[in-house]
Design a protein around this ligand. Sequence first.
Ligand code: NI
Length: 179
Amino acid sequence: MTDNLEELKYPIGRYERPGHYTAELKQEWMNVLEALPKWMDVCIENLDEVQLKTPYRPGGWTVIQVVHHVADSHMNAYVRLKLALTEHDPIIKPYKEALWAQLPDANELPVNISITLLHAMHRRWVHALRCMTPEDWERPYFHPDMERNVPIWEMTAMYAWHSRHHMEHIRQLRERMSW
Ligand code: NI
């Protein structure tokens, strides 16, 4: 992979698992999750049909697929959070995100449908997070592909990264294309 492709694929860098968390970091991650739906509104503002069907990089997802993918991914994340909060080390279900992104609901429907979904779901997600006790942040789920427990604080860091990661795909595409 060329450096250029790496930069297009990972505009804010690859996800790095944080070694620890603080009250400030938790606030920062929750603030990102809270802001994401509004960021998505801004990201797609005034894009026409052709622009929405443009891949964010050569061979990559279209803007439409990126937005629907964020909804797919964060629906799974929300369910994982609820499982971790209510069960003991629940085994979560990985899913094939590339195949999900090819299904008709993830590349034919208007993007605002998924953004509306994100607005509603992130309200619930962030509310659940903000109401958690300090002990809750340590509750894990077991990820079969990673073959280890992932505590809620770490998944929250990961999805804050994921939110910014995909938002930047669209923002930087617009910047490059002067849209
Ligand atoms: Ni993703």
